[in-house]
Design a binder for this molecule. Structure first.
Ligand code: SF4
Length: 211
């Protein structure tokens, strides 16, 4: 069987190869939208290990929109350091808190256009919040997703925006939510940005990059 031509099998195989139990149910309750939004903004241009530490620190001090809105921007920048663009993110996060409290009744909107209108929130962040917090099918294309899809040859795209559209065509909608998590883990453990572990990869038989 050519797993390349069966999207569900490909995702299941990828999930199993990284020791995950298979496709997670897209129907499980979503994570807290505020936490997902803050964590995703912190993660931009920031290494995974740093994102984890910084997100915990920020959410401990500013555990709600109300607290985020009143924390001094210098203090927030200090909490965000050494995440990428920590000064800019401090300003953006405070503006987001103010806007959401003023215009959205203190709620994170489950709407792509509304999310993308917030400072520092682009398509990738909006898609991640929709899928992980609200379980609304969306594909979040980060560097791992873009790289792996193109290496394998299941898409041929020049930008994450193109990748998002191409992956939405390739994978059926019910796979969009688990896709990001599985691709990211696979990209961290096997299909590394540099020196991918092709010799131990289950896709080496047909992956065009392995050749
Ligand atoms: S064969 Fe290599 S390049 Fe292809 S998916 Fe596996 S690790 Fe990535």
């Amino acid at each position: 069987m050519n797993e390349k031509k069966t999207p569900r099998k490909l995702l299941e195989a990828m999930s199993q190869s990284i020791g995950e139990p298979g496709l997670p149910s897209p129907l499980v309750a979503g994570a807290d939208p505020f936490f997902v939004l803050v964590g995703t903004i912190i993660s931009l241009r920031t290494r995974d290990a740093v994102t984890e530490v910084v997100t915990k620190r920020v959410l401990t001090s500013a555990s709600s929109l109300e607290k985020l809105a009143v924390i001094p921007v210098e203090d927030l920048a200090e909490l965000l350091h050494p995440a990428g663009f920590f000064n800019r993110k401090a300003v953006q996060l405070k503006k987001i808190a103010e806007i959401l409290l003023r215009d959205y009744n203190g709620e994170i909107p489950a709407d792509r256009k509304a999310l993308e209108s917030l400072p520092g929130v682009g398509g990738k962040t909006a898609a991640y919040v929709l899928s992980m917090a609200f379980r609304i099918p969306a594909i979040c294309v980060d560097v791992h997703v873009h790289r792996i899809g193109n290496r394998m040859g299941i898409i041929e795209t020049a930008s994450p925006d193109e990748s998002e559209k191409a992956l939405m065509k390739y994978f059926p909608e019910e796979l969009w939510i688990p896709l990001n998590h599985i691709f990211v883990r696979f990209g961290q453990r096997i299909c590394l940005p540099r020196n991918p572990k092709c010799s131990e990869c289950i896709f080496k038989g047909w992956c065009r990059y392995a050749d």
